[in-house]
Write a protein that binds this ligand. Structure first.
Ligand code: GLN
Length: 486
């Protein structure tokens, strides 16, 4: 599908109607879904109704915003009033939220047209979308491969042109890693910038909602619409939101000598050589565009993964205690007593990965282990944050690969959780420190699979980050490639 700006121009010039644009997305969904499976459900009637309202506004001569009439897909862990929200889990298979998440409510108010809810790893736990209780999403570039995860459905939908943009959530990399695997732009904002009200909680101190798009500008437009203070989220930052969109300058030369730091520890061992070569080349493009490149060290970066796998499961074990068969969703129907009902509901309602994490989290939080694991992990989290602070005293933006490899084959890592966890080696530290990060397409491997470069900003440094990402995009052609054969 075309860019937001192009579609907006067509709408206001009355060259196309919002209903026609929505129908294009719905037709594409109908054509591709049998193979791709990015959506858990398509909300066609509601989408067409929203589109008609936008058309009515245009015909009344009213002004419309950039997102009005733009087809958008939403990860199925954001509550949508009256529309099933399963979080990719059997335990929420019949959950119809009685309220709307702040982000989807803001998008609806902006006139964006929600075409459906996308597939995801159950409770956002995973890196391949294979942990969904419902279906396995294919990577549009190679249907045998995974789209990444946990927001794999949202990434695949944008890459395949089933929606113009989409929303995902990122706790340890779940926007940036699938963006990298699917050849699209994915953005994780500073913790607290986007309201989490109505986002089904996985690990609350790490979760952030963010946009996917085919260009940095599309992502900036979507971020603009969802960012901002929300009294319904106690961790929401109460700060003015800058204009991300008009701040996008085409050249870094305009800002002479912006310093970008290459994170030394993310290169070398464990990194696919073609990813290394491609990202190194991309960094030289940044240099040619006017950035000053220097190597920086984040020595504690490598403790990110073990730290995350203590903190995230701990928070998850507490957050997921609410699924007990009483309050929401699935309930085991034939229990003889309350305890059996709790046990069988959770045994049958949760998948293997979710159970693994609830067990890990319960263990590390238990009396006697709390100090050794949870408290220690919180201390290491601070050390990782200090590494970033030190790096940011030398440079303004950090750069590294988004993921150590390109998209792997479905089934390749499902038997080995540890190798799956390694997919997020480079994205997790960014969540632990609460920083903004973006993945931009920067090339392909020898099998034609997309590669992503991750740029990391200072806290609330989204404007600068988007500006650098946009400069890179304008200097290259990678974002213009589309998956063939689907
Ligand atoms: N893949 C990581 C995990 O499995 C990150 C998930 C996420 O960001 N939601 O937890």
């Amino acid at each position: 599908m075309a860019s937001i700006r192009k579609l907006h121009r067509q709408l206001i010039k009355k060259e196309r109607s919002a209903v026609e644009i929505t129908q294009e997305a719905l037709d594409r969904i109908a054509q591709l879904e049998p193979q791709l499976k990015s959506f858990l459900y398509v909300t066609a009637d509601r989408a067409l109704e929203q589109a008609r309202q936008v058309d009515a506004k245009i015909s009344r001569g009213e002004e419309i915003g950039l997102l009005a009439g733009i087809p958008i897909a939403i990860k199925d862990n954001m509550c949508t009033e009256g529309i099933r929200t399963t979080c990719g889990s059997k335990i929420l298979e019949n959950f119809i939220p009685p309220y709307e998440s702040t982000v989807t409510q803001k998008l609806a108010a902006a006139g964006a047209v929600m075409v459906g809810k996308t597939n995801m790893d159950e409770f956002a736990m995973g890196s391949s979308t294979e942990n969904s209780a419902y279906q396995v999403t294919a990577n549009p570039w190679d249907l045998q491969r995974v789209p990444g995860g946990s927001s794999g459905g949202s990434a695949a939908a944008v890459a395949a042109g089933e929606a113009v943009v989409s929303l995902g959530s990122d706790t340890g990399g779940s926007i940036r890693q699938p963006a990298s695997f699917c050849g699209v732009v994915g953005f994780k904002p500073t913790y607290g910038l986007v309201s989490r009200y109505g986002l089904v909680a996985y690990a609350s101190s790490l979760d952030q909602i963010g946009p996917f798009g085919r260009s940095v500008e599309d992502v900036a437009i979507l971020l603009q619409a969802i960012a901002g203070h929300d009294p319904k989220d106690a961790t929401s930052l109460n700060l003015p939101i800058p204009d991300y969109v008009s701040g996008l300058l085409p050249s870094l030369r305009a800002r002479s000598g912006i310093k970008i730091g290459v994170i030394k520890e993310t290169f070398g061992e464990g990194l696919d050589p073609i990813v290394e070569k491609t990202v190194t080349k991309a960094i030289s493009v940044l240099q040619e565009s006017g950035a000053e490149i220097q190597v920086v060290s984040c020595p504690r970066f490598r403790y990110g993964l073990p730290t995350y796998y203590v903190i995230a499961p701990s928070e998850a074990s507490a957050n997921l205690a609410r699924y007990d068969g009483v309050k929401y969703g699935f309930r085991y129907p034939d229990a003889d007593n309350l305890i059996e009902m709790y046990q069988k509901t959770r045994a049958q309602g949760f998948g293997a990965e979710v159970k693994r994490r609830i067990m890990m989290g319960t263990y590390v939080l238990s009396a006697g282990y709390y100090d050794a694991y949870y408290l220690k992990a919180q201390k290491v989290r601070t050390l990782i944050k200090e590494d970033f602070d030190r790096a940011f005293s030398q440079v303004e933006i950090l750069v590294c690969p988004t993921a150590p490899s390109t998209a792997f084959k479905a089934g390749e890592k499902t038997a080995d959780p540890l190798s799956m966890y390694l997919s997020d080696l480079m994205t997790i530290p960014v969540n632990l420190a609460g920083l903004p990060g973006i993945s931009v397409p920067c090339g392909f491997d020898d099998q034609g699979l997309p590669i992503g470069m991750q740029l990391i900003g200072k806290p609330l440094g989204e404007s600068r980050l988007l500006e650098v990402a946009n400069t890179y995009e304008k200097a290259t052609d990678w974002h213009n490639y589309k998956p063939q054969g689907i």
